[in-house]
Design a protein around this ligand. Structure first.
Ligand code: SF4
Ligand code: SF4
Length: 153
């Protein structure tokens, strides 16, 4: 079982135990994951999140711009959680760009299969993909980036 997010603010989801907090840009990362990551614990948790979503495609996701179910096992979690850090601001900007493209507010809840369909239909121009992923060090190992980045923009 993957680790649930333990971060506060917009990630709080006391009412629905099925609800999974997912950073908006992680909708792309999840689809591009090929087994690479920041640490063995990160990779194991990412695999568990993906397996869960494959088994339960209608799982409700709350789209957030803070620490989520994937971040909980990341070695950069502490740095990403500090709102003033350069890394946290850079990553949050990725989430905000995705939410802007999807025309959704942070905290929106939708089912995982709908969320993936929506992002793949709205975020498919090379220029938009570059805006979200341009500074990510995993780009060349990310299936989603490699495929989405081929679209015209
Ligand atoms: S390139 Fe990086 S930020 Fe973009 S979807 Fe892939 S892993 Fe996520
Ligand atoms: S780098 Fe930051 S946003 Fe990305 S998984 Fe790690 S903690 Fe989460």
């Amino acid at each position: 079982m993957f680790e649930k997010s333990i971060c506060k603010s917009e990630t709080d989801s006391k009412s629905d135990p099925e609800l999974l907090n997912i950073r908006a840009h992680h909708l792309c990362c999840i689809q591009g994951f090929q087994g690479y990551g920041y640490s063995p614990a990160f990779v194991a948790n990412m695999r568990a999140v993906i397996s869960d979503l494959e088994a339960f495609p209608s799982r409700p996701l709350k789209l957030v711009t803070v620490c989520d179910a994937i971040c909980v096992s990341c070695p950069s979690k502490r740095e990403c959680t500090v709102q003033e850090s350069v890394l946290s601001q850079k990553i949050r900007k990725m989430d905000l760009i995705v939410l802007d493209i999807l025309k959704l507010d942070a905290g929106t809840v939708l089912n995982a299969d709908e969320a993936f369909k929506l992002i793949n239909s709205k975020l498919n121009k090379a220029s938009d993909v570059e805006e979200v992923c341009g500074t990510c060090k995993w780009r060349q190992k990310c299936l989603w980036y490699v495929q989405a980045g081929k679209q015209e923009g």
